[in-house]
Structures are given as C-alpha cells and as structure tokens.
Design a binder for this molecule. Structure first.
Ligand code: ADP
Length: 590
C-alpha cells in the first residue's frame, strides 16, 4: 500500500462519514423543529383551554349575579342591594337609577363615601343618560352577553384587541355553554305562573354586563331592569374577588421553563403559574385574548430562553447532535488511526527490507576479505612473514567486526522478544573505559582518530552488566569510526554527577541534522544522506544501545556539540562521589 492508496483510503472514509454525519444532523434538526412545533401547538392548546375556563368562570359569575339581581323583588331593592354590597365579596358597588329621577342608590341624602363618589363619577356617562343602557344590551330577557353589550365608547375599544394574540374569540364550547344557560333561563321564565287571561306574566327583562375602562383599568358593571320603563339597577363586580376565582382554573403543575399567566390590558401579569421571573416589559410567546368577557385581557405563555425550541426541541437537537458528533469523531479518529498505523507498518516493512539488504552487505564484506586472505595463506603463496602477519591481522579484525554485527542482531532479536537477560556486577566504570580504549586503540588509530579520555581519578563503582556496557560503547565508537572519522578526534568523558554518571562520546564529524535527532534511536532508522549511504549499517546500533541502557536504569540521548560534531550521552546509574574524590585525569592516545 503506497502513500497514494492510503490517501484514497482515508478520503473514502472521510467524505462519506462527513456526508452521512451532515445528513443525520439535518434529520435531527428537522426532528427537533417538528418536536418544537408539536410542543408549541400543545402549549397553545393549553393556553386556549385555560382561556376558555377563564371565560366560563367569568360567564358563570356574571350569570349567577345576574340571576340573583333579577330575583330581587322591586320593592326590596333599597335594602337588598346595600346588604349585598356589604356581604358579597364579588360585589364592589351597587346602584339603582331611574330615567326620570336619576340615581336613587347610592342615595345622596346620606352623603356619598369616597368610593361611592368615584363609582358615580366613573359611570357618569351612563348615569347622566348620555349613553343609553340598552345600547349596551341588544339581547333582552335576562343578563345575556351579546355582540352589542357595551356602549359606543366601550365597543370601539373592543376592536383594538392585541394583534399578537392567537385567538380573539371564545371557543365553540364556551358558546355552547352560554346557549345552554340562556335556554335554561328561557325555560325557567316560561315556567312562571300564567295570568288569568292565559298571558305570560314574565317581565320583559333587559340588561347586560358592560366592560368599562376608567382610571386606566377595567371594571365590569352588571345592570338589569324589568321592562323599558322600570328603574335600572345593578352592581359593579369586585375584580380582585373574581381574580381569586380565576386562579383556580390555572394548572397547578407546569413543566420547567414554562409560565402561564393572566395578563391585564396593559400587559402586566395579574397572576401566574410556573417558576420563571417575568420582566415587566416581557411579551408572551403566545397569548389568547379573553374578549369579550375581559376585553384587552389575555392568557399568555412565557417560555424560558425565548422560544419553544428551548423547551423540548433544542435539548433534543443538542443531545442528539452531541451523540452524532461523538460517533463521527470516533469514526474519523479510528479511521485516521488505522490509516496512520498502515502508514507506519508500510514504513516499517520498507525499513526491514533495507535492513536485510544492509545486513547482507555488512556480512558479505568481512566474509569476502576473510575468505580471500585465508585462501592466500592456505595455498602457501605468501612467504613473507610481515605480509603473513598483516593478512592474519585483517582476518582477526574482520572476524571481530562480524562478531559485533552478529551480536547486535542477536541482541536485537532478544530485546524484541523480551528474552534479553542481564548479569549485573559491580564494576569500576572508569577502569572499564580505560581498558576498552586500550583494546580498540589500534583500530581507532588506523581510522585516523586521535583519542582523548577524561576520567575521574577515583573509581566510579556501579552495578551494571559488563557486556551491555561494552555493547553500548562499541556501537557509539563504531559510529564515530563510520561517520565521523574525518573529524579526526574522539573524546570519551566520564563525569560523576549528583545521582548518576554521565558518559559522553563526542566527535568532530558532520553531526546529526535536527529533524533526525529524535528518530536515530528508532530501530532500522538511518539518516538519509550520502555519508550514511556510503557506510554499511543496519540502523540498529543506537536503538539497541538505548534499549540496553534503559533496561538497566540509564538512558542514551543525543546532544549537539558546540562547534559541530555529535555528542552521545549515556546516563549510567552510579553512586555519588565522595568529597575529595572529584578530581579528573585526562589520557591522550595518538
Ligand atoms: P547504523 O550505524 O547501523 O546505520 P545506528 O543506529 O548506529 O545505525 O545509527 C543510526 C544513524 O545515526 C546512522 O545511520 C547515522 O546516519 C547516524 N549516526 C550515528 N552516529 C553518528 C555520528 N557519530 N555522526 C554522524 N551520524 C551518526
């Protein structure tokens, strides 16, 4: 699988996932909107039901009071009406008015109270005869609400009902209830005793309820008269008492974030259910007016966050959108991870292939030299003792190189399989380095490297695996011979630090370019330049050295060297140097 194939594979995953995700999100939004519309219409139905109940309650109260008014005997008006005003919480003011004699009640001779004075001046237009009573009640025979139930000034205000309201008319149900009540009254009237000539003695009742706007608020005035010539009498409704009855028609429990409220003609909240704080200038999300029962009043619903979507739809969209996003991200992340892994495996496979060819090359070169010199010597064609010695040295050096290579490969496979065993023993690291340089001195000199060793004067004891330390040093020094010989210098320094020893292997070679510094410790990794290409190698040396050190509690890092070259630092676990043991000695091998 090449890079292009991986790219296409990723694209094939990415594009459909995004498309499916986008389509699913659209569906979720659509569903959310549908839920919002459903919730909206449910809330509207509820508001309508509350409004109908309010209308029915007002109508029942008006009906009840109207009936009671009609039942008062004409000669008992003067006693009964004031008694009502005193005892009935629904009655605020009472009156009796005669077209000829004017206002009979509240009676002037006793002197009006302040409330009575306000009452009389409120309805001056009616009591002075400017607005005829009948104009307010087209339907006669009882207190029946009709289309022309109010006088001119009042009726014109009816037409200014709020435009934002959902409905201005009572439902069919309320009208049916009214009709039933009206026909009930008619049947009761027909059941009254008949006169001697068989004519009905039922009076020709006139009356109605007048919604009256004065002093910036609504008042309801009920009036009645037995016939066109009789005095008009009636009462003004105590709205506060009516409201306490209206409270009972509001639901006792509502869902969170929803408020149902009764709003007066100025849009102020008269009463509400639901736990939201409603600002004075807030307008309801939906409202149903209560005209003609309470003109300009309405029942409204307020929703938290300013919309129905917040209540059901938005939380659904949020939750489903979040789940969808998690699924899409998981698919993309999983796909990307798989693609990345495929890419890594591809790179690994490539490195392994080049490793095999590198190893074969590394094995072939010393084997060819060994075979060639061994054949020369065995055929007895070399008689010169000096030459013979030189050939034997080459065979020895090449076989040592072979041994190092085979050791590296063996170590690598043991480390990979986790089978590498360590034998920790107490060793003086300074002495170990001295011996190591002594052993390889010849080889280093032949490579043209001047070697300098800086060691502490006192022994640096540590518990370490001798073979592992040798392997680490061999790999580092071999690299200097392979890649940095032209720098002409190798510096090996051991310093004792507070809790560890720092073993540095430094050269003046080309160094390692920054992008490769972290990667040279990966297995099979080789810097891709002409210098590395010229030298045989497996890309295992540094990775094995680091693994060995880490397994034994140390580490191997690369540090760039000021003035060029490389510096590989092995951190080794060793004890702290005692006072007076911090002196250093330097040995130069030229
Ligand atoms: P190998 O030497 O077999 O290629 P290593 O793991 O020992 O593998 O080294 C990895 C790479 O690091 C080498 O291929 C080389 O490019 C670079 N390298 C290591 N040591 C040095 C050094 N002293 N100077 C320059 N480059 C080095």
């Amino acid at each position: 699988m090449n890079r292009r194939a991986i790219f296409w594979y990723w694209l094939l995953l990415f594009v459909p996932t995004l498309l499916v995700g986008a389509a699913a999100f659209r569906l979720i939004r659509h569903e959310g909107e549908r839920m919002a519309v459903q919730a909206r219409s449910a809330a509207l139905d509820r508001v309508r039901a509350i409004a109908d109940n309010v209308r029915l309650t007002v109508s029942a109260v008006e009906d009840e009071l109207g009936e009671s008014l009609r039942r008062i005997p004409p000669d008992a008006l003067a006693e009964t009406l004031p008694a009502w005003e005193k005892d009935n919480p629904l009655v605020r003011n009472v009156f009796v008015w005669d077209a000829q004699r004017g206002l009979l009640l509240p009676s002037q001779p006793n002197g009006w109270t302040a409330e009575e004075r306000r009452f009389v001046s409120r309805y001056d237009a009616l009591f002075s005869g400017r607005i005829p009573w009948l104009a307010a009640a087209a339907e006669t025979n009882g207190l029946v609400r009709g289309p022309a139930r109010a006088g001119g000034a009042v009726a014109s205000r009816f037409q200014n009902a709020k435009s934002s309201s959902e409905s201005n008319r009572p439902s069919d149900f309320v009208r049916q209830v009214e009709q039933m009540r009206s026909s009930g009254r008619q049947m009761a009237a027909q059941a009254l005793p008949q006169g001697a000539n068989g004519q009905s003695q039922a009076p020709a009742w006139q009356g109605g309820w007048i919604p009256w706007f004065a002093e910036n608020r609504l008042h309801l005035l009920g009036w009645v008269r037995r016939d066109a010539k009789s005095p008009v009498y009636g009462m003004e409704l105590e709205l506060a008492s009516l409201l306490s009855r209206l409270m009972t028609v509001f639901p006792s429990a509502v869902s969170d974030g929803v408020v149902y409220a009764l709003l007066d003609d100025a849009g102020g909240v008269v009463c509400q259910v639901g736990g939201l704080d409603i600002k004075p200038d807030a307008r309801p999300d939906m409202s149903v007016t209560l005209a003609p029962y309470l003109p300009h009043w309405s029942v409204g619903v307020f929703l938290a966050g300013g919309g129905m979507l917040n209540v059901g739809g938005r939380s659904f969209v949020l939750l489903a959108g979040l789940l969808l996003a998690i699924v899409v991200v998981a698919i993309l992340a999983g796909g990307s991870l798989l693609t990345w892994q495929a890419h890594r495996h591809m790179a690994d496979a490539l490195r392994k292939t080049s490793f095999v060819s590198n190893i074969s090359h590394e094995l072939k070169t010393p084997l060819t030299s060994i075979r060639m010199y061994a054949e020369l010597l065995s055929e007895g064609r070399v008689s010169d003792a000096g030459k013979m010695k030189k050939y034997l040295q080459v065979i020895a050096v090449e076989s040592q190189r072979l041994t190092r290579l085979v050791n590296n490969v063996l170590d690598f496979s043991r480390l990979e399989q986790g089978k590498k065993k360590y034998r920790r023993e107490s060793l003086d690291c300074a002495e170990f380095i001295r011996q190591f340089v002594e052993t390889h001195r010849l080889r280093l000199g032949e490579a043209g490297l001047a070697v300098r060793v800086e060691l502490p004067e006192a022994p640096a004891w540590m518990l370490f695996d001798r073979d592992a330390l040798e392997q680490v040093l061999l790999n580092l020094v071999d690299n200097v011979i392979k890649y940095a010989a032209e720098g002409g210098e190798l510096l090996i320094a051991l310093e004792r630090q507070q809790d560890h020893c720092r073993l540095s292997v430094m050269d003046l070679g080309p160094g390692i370019p920054p992008p490769h510094r972290a990667r040279i410790f990966e297995k099979f990794y080789r810097v891709d330049d002409s210098l590395t290409a010229r030298q045989p190698g497996s890309g295992l040396g540094l990775s094995i050295a680091r693994r060995l050190l880490r397994d034994l509690g140390g580490d191997l890092v690369f540090e760039p060297r000021e003035g060029g070259g490389s510096c590989f630092v092995a951190h080794l676990p060793c004890g702290e140097a005692e006072e007076g043991q911090k002196g250093m000695t330097a040995i130069d091998y030229n």
